[in-house]
Design a protein around this ligand. Sequence first.
Ligand SMILES: [Zn+2]
Ligand SMILES: [Zn+2]
Length: 200
Amino acid sequence: MDMYDPLTSRYTFSCPNRGEAKVPLSAFRRIEQLEGAAHPVVYRVRFACPCGEEHDGLVSHDDLDWAPLGLDGGVFLNLMTSRVEPVADELSDLAAVHIGAGEWPWSFFCYPEERPRPVFPSAFLLLAPGDGRLGLAVHCPACECTSVNLVTHEHVDVPFHNDREVGVVEHVFTGDVHATVEEFRAELWSSAFDARRLAL
Ligand SMILES: [Zn+2]
Ligand SMILES: [Zn+2]
């Protein structure tokens, strides 16, 4: 059984209370790459379950970054050159058209670099809901810094839906962001957000 259902944009995890839970990416609360030289790479995900609790689940790199695009693993989307290499025969037409037009499935605004950047869900560290939107901590693949954006749920859940403008926390997060979850959550909704355009 596929873990990700592209028709509903939902991941299936096991729930100790209900047996099974289907949640969108925006229900993830933290994403952490498992230590060690595991191949394929596996991520531990904490997610907000419809049963009301938070549980941990495991997601493969392919399911996290490629399944929402209708792609299997085996293709590599080069974030620096904007090229798909090597191109898989089964590259989904929709994703190919979007990417060929210079649109990215996900993006964020890197605060230290003062510029938008394309990104994949595996670079999302923390997601914190509040006031109808989502605080999103992203590990920048280019500068290795962590930025926090304020985005819509669709920005995360729907590939190629990028908010035209996102809120940006004017703070450079350093050190182990995972170790400062509570600080992040407390600081997030008391912070001043500055709007930045996200056009790449
Ligand atoms: Zn549950
Ligand atoms: Zn950056």
